[in-house]
Structure formats: C-alpha cells, structure tokens
Design a protein around this ligand. Structure first.
Ligand code: B12
Ligand code: SF4
Length: 486
C-alpha cells in the first residue's frame, strides 16, 4: 500500500479533483490523506503530518490562480523532505514546460489523473507513463496523452472523507459532478484549451447514470448534506437524462440543490423540471451585455433575445438566478460599459458575479488579446509563471474609480426597483453615490436579510400550524374565520 498526501489551500469549497483521485487510489488498495494550507502555523503542521503519516508521495492540485501559491509551498515542502512531489490539475496541464522547471516537481500529470497517478505510484521508476512528464536527474520524459475516460460510471464514487473531516461546511454544501467537460468552448475558458488537447475525442462526456449519482447522493444525505451543488459546467445539457435523473432525485433525495446552467439549455420545460425537483438557484455566464462582443470575442452563441427568454422562464418558475460578467474584454469600449447597464437592469438577476478577464495560456482569447494589444506579452508570462494575484477584479477596482462604481452598481441593480436603477444609470449618476467599496456588500446583506425574514415568517407559520393542530380552540376559531371569509 502506497500513501499519498495532498496539499491544498483552505477555502470554502472542496477540490473535487482530489476527491476523485483519492477514491481511485483507495479502490486500488492505496491510501490518501489531505492537509489544508492556511497561514496558521503551516510549516509546523506540515512537519508533524509528514512525521505521522509518512507519505510515499506528495500531490498538489493546481489551478492557474493557485500556481504562485503552489510554487511557494512546493519549495517549502522540498526543504523539509525528499519525498517525490507530483503536480497535477489545470495549470500543469496547460503549462507543463513552465511547471516541470521547478526543482521540487518530480512528476507532472496532464489532463485526467486517475490512471497515471496509479501507474506512477505503482511503478515509480517507469519513464513512459501516458499523461505524465517525468524528471530524472537532467532528463525530462514527455509522454503522450491517453484517451479520456468515457464511462464515468466505471469510476468509484468521490472520496468525501478527506474534506469532511476538515469542517462541517464541506458536508453541508455538497459538491457533486455528474459529467465531465462542456459542450461549448468559449474563447476565454479552460475548456477551450482542453478541447484542443483532446481534439479527436468526446470532451463533453456522457453523464453518469442517474442510479450511480443517486447512490452517491444517498450517502451525502446520510452524512448531513443540506444543499447539493452540481458543479458540472452545464448541468442541463441533456434533457432526457435530466428528466430521468430529476424524477429519481425528487423521490429519493429531495434536498434543495443549485446548478451551473446555460442560457441555451434553459427553457420553460427545463425550468419546470428543475423547480419541481427542488432547484433553488441557477448560475450562468452572460459575460457581457454586448451581443457582438459576446459572440465575436467570447465566442458564445447566445443572443440577448435568448438571454431574456431564459430569464423569463426562470422568473416564471421562481428560480433564483445569478449571472457572471467579465470586465476587461478586448474590443469592449470602456465608455460603452454604461450602455450595457440597461440590459442588466431589464433582466435584473438576483446576483451579478463580476470578474476581471484572466488570460489562460493557450486559450483562443490570448490570440485575440495579443492582436488587439490589450494583452501584453509580459502579462501572459506573469500568468504562466504564477506572478499574478487571484483577486484581479479587486485590484482593478482599486486602480480605476469608474470600474469600482460600475461594479458596485451591478450589485445594487439586483435589489433596486428598475425605474430607480434606470434613473441612476442615466448620465452616470450612480458614480456620485457608489464610490466606496464599503457599500458594495450592502445588497448582499440585504438579500440575506430578505431570506432571513422569509425564514422567520416560515417558522412562525409552522409554529402557528402546530398550535392550530394541537389547540382545538384556535383551530375552531380559524376554521370559523375561514367560513366567514375573513
Ligand atoms: C468546482 C470549481 C471550482 C471550485 C473548486 C475548485 C476545485 N479545485 O475543484 C471553486 C469555487 C473553489 C473554484 C474557484 C475558482 N475557479 Co473554478 N472551477 C470549478 C469547476 C466548475 C469544476 C472543477 C472540477 O471539479 N473538475 C472536475 C475534476 C475531476 O477535474 P480536475 O479538478 O481538473 O481534476 C482532474 C485532473 O485535473 C487531475 N488532477 C487535478 N489535480 C491533480 C493533482 C495531482 C497530484 C494529480 C496527479 C492529478 C490531478 O486529475 C483529476 C481527476 O481526473 C471547473 C470547471 C471544470 N469543469 O473543471 C472550474 C475551473 C477549475 N475554475 C476555474 C477558475 C478560473 C476559477 C476561479 C479563478 C474563478 C474566479 N475567477 O473566481 C476560482 C479560483 C480560486 C482560486 N483561489 O484559485 C477555471 C480554471 C482555469 C485554470 N487554468 O486554472 C476552471 C477550469 C473553469 C474554466 N472553465 O475555465 N472553482
Ligand atoms: S459554457 Fe461555460 S464552462 Fe462551457 S466553455 Fe463556455 S464558459 Fe466554459
């Protein structure tokens, strides 16, 4: 039995990738453990864990935004031990030349990690393992990719024990993935690169069978899941599957859930199915209110008309929805930001999540940005080397007061009456009011307050119902009042 210790930053959400790898390792007779990084005494905690757990390998799962962190902690780890270190995840997949350069990276895994990881730990001296780059003294073995896993039911259920023992919230908001890949390939998204990497294969995999997913969720329910979060890129992409799954879900699981959706897979029939099964929130990307930028730059297919239609269906079925927006897209004229406001005011989402464009290496938008001059070669190098900070939109807001006002106004649009929002949008009046980060979070707090209010009303109603049921006096009065039509 081989032991592998994963090191991952402590954040609100689990790493589903690590959960999949851990399950695969365990089903093959190996062992996995996890240490979460935070600034609280990490070095000492790591030393202690290395001593107690005695791992044979150490694994890092690295998204581009985490690469700067992973370099720092990889270096620290190597200063404490010579145990081989494996880097996997999106950034090593997209930028292997850069990542393998680090003296502390011994093995690098590209794309799906289950099979290559097992092969590395079972044959650490082999050089020709598909999906890996392997470093031996001065030589690097760059191996080809293997086919993608198409039968997702063949994989073991994700191992939730690693994160569950780190905090109750990991259990309560349960992340579940029913497929892999996305049917689309938007220019700025990592799927755009992964599709190119696996050009002749089916990147958007057939979803797991409903029975397989339900068996996972029964365990989730047993261990205390309060909300299920389906983190598939487009959960609703297969209507037939959705119908079959949601029918089973309603009968056998019946816990509120949220999903990531897509305008082109949001119609009345789908919304009804979702609502009926307990969907409380749909998140989807619009990225820009400007249709021509959306189609030509983001390479997204949905028109504004289609966005409006989908939003109507969500509202009709009383499903909360949030949209994401990207600032900093090339060719988007800074002054035109305001013009798009009316579109957001019209659709009035429950939340607008705004991001600053991050150029992921090898995605199509990199070429667009370079050609336009918005993206400088040095910036791209910084992304590849991990010299970027995560909170890009936060940084941009600090530098640019107009962007700050706009970003704050986005939050207020979600709660203000439309005529008032339109009034504030006209001649940029909102800039006079929304100029401080301090007021940005007020709508979020108010939204929570509204749900708290609803919660209290609900509890009071339930209490009243119980009182009525157990107190015939109140009950008779109520029925009497009813009869009198009061
Ligand atoms: C859930 C999710 C999150 C969650 C959890 C993240 C996580 N690590 O799981 C949260 C909410 C935290 C999150 C945050 C963000 N995310 Co996110 N997220 C996703 C999402 C939707 C699913 C991830 C997932 O579970 N995939 C499925 C698993 C099976 O795949 P996987 O994680 O890649 O793991 C496999 C392989 O990569 C490999 N592997 C992974 N790690 C390791 C480690 C070792 C040792 C080995 C051997 C192999 C290996 O094996 C795994 C199994 O096959 C993806 C989209 C997607 N479809 O992947 C985006 C995605 C990962 N996110 C992305 C982004 C941009 C972000 C944010 C920056 C968004 C933002 N602007 O706020 C933040 C970053 C936060 C930060 N500080 O860095 C990008 C990353 C692009 C990139 N080049 O890194 C993705 C790909 C979205 C996209 N389509 O572009 N995200
Ligand atoms: S629809 Fe979303 S997940 Fe799919 S390619 Fe576009 S941005 Fe990426």
């Amino acid at each position: 039995m081989t032991r592998i210790l994963f090191i991952y930053p402590k954040r609100a959400s689990v790493s589903f990738g690590i959960e999949c790898l851990s399950a695969y390792l365990k089903s093959n007779g190996h062992h996995a453990d996890l240490i979460l990084y935070d600034e609280n005494n990490f070095r000492e905690r790591l030393i202690k864990r290395l001593k107690m757990y005695e791992p044979d390998f150490i694994g890092f799962s690295v998204m581009t935004e985490d690469y700067g962190w992973a370099k720092k902690i990889g270096k620290l780890t190597r200063s404490l031990t010579n145990i081989p270190i494996i880097f996997g995840g999106n950034h090593p997949t997209g930028c292997p030349e850069e990542v393998i350069k680090n003296s502390f990276v011994d093995y690098l895994v590209r794309s799906e990690g289950e099979e290559p990881l097992i092969e590395i730990i079972e044959n650490p001296k082999r050089n020709n393992i598909k999906n890996t780059w392997i470093k031996r003294k001065n030589k690097i073995y760059k191996n080809n990719l293997r086919p993608l896993i198409q039968d997702l039911d063949s994989l073991p259920l994700p191992d939730k024990t690693l994160f569950n023992k780190e905090g109750k919230h990991y259990k309560e908001l349960y992340n579940c993935m029913v497929g892999r890949g996305c049917p689309f390939g938007c220019s700025y998204c990592f799927n755009n690169y992964m599709k190119k990497l696996h050009l002749n294969e089916r990147w958007s995999r057939k979803k797991r069978s409903p029975i397989n997913v339900i068996s996972e969720l029964k365990l989730a329910k047993k261990y205390g899941a309060k909300v299920i979060y389906f983190i598939d890129d487009v959960f609703t992409s297969d209507k037939k599957w959705l119908n079959e799954f949601l029918n089973k879900y309603k009968k056998e699981i019946n816990i509120p859930f949220k999903i990531l959706g897509h305008v082109l897979f949001t119609n009345d029939e789908i919304c009804k199915m979702l609502k009926d099964a307990g969907c409380i929130e749909v998140e989807f990307g619009i990225q820009t209110p400007f249709e021509s930028i959306r189609t030509k730059i983001c390479k997204r297919a949905e028109t504004n008309k289609q966005v409006i239609k989908s939003v109507k269906c969500l509202k009709k079925n009383k499903i909360v929805f949030s949209v994401s927006h990207i600032f900093g897209l090339p060719y988007e004229e800074k002054e035109s930001w305001e013009k798009g406001l009316n579109f957001y005011i019209d659709i009035k989402p429950n939340k607008i999540a705004d991001f600053w464009l991050q150029y992921y290496p090898n995605t199509e938008i990199v070429d667009i940005g370079l050609a336009h001059g918005d993206l400088k070669k040095q910036h791209l190098k910084d992304v590849i080397n991990g010299n970027i900070t995560f909170s890009m939109v936060g940084n941009q807001r600090k530098k640019n007061k107009d962007l700050l006002s706009l970003s704050i106004f986005f939050q207020w649009i979600t709660i203000l009456p439309r005529p008032l929002s339109r009034f504030l949008a006209k001649n940029k009046k909102y800039r006079k009011i929304f100029y401080s980060e301090k007021v940005k979070n007020i709508p979020r707090i108010l939204r929570h307050f509204t749900s708290l209010k609803l919660f209290i009303i609900m509890i009071m109603a339930i209490k009243r119902k119980i009182e009525i049921e157990y107190n015939p006096q109140i009950s008779s009065i109520t029925h009497h009042e009813k009869e009198l039509g009061k």
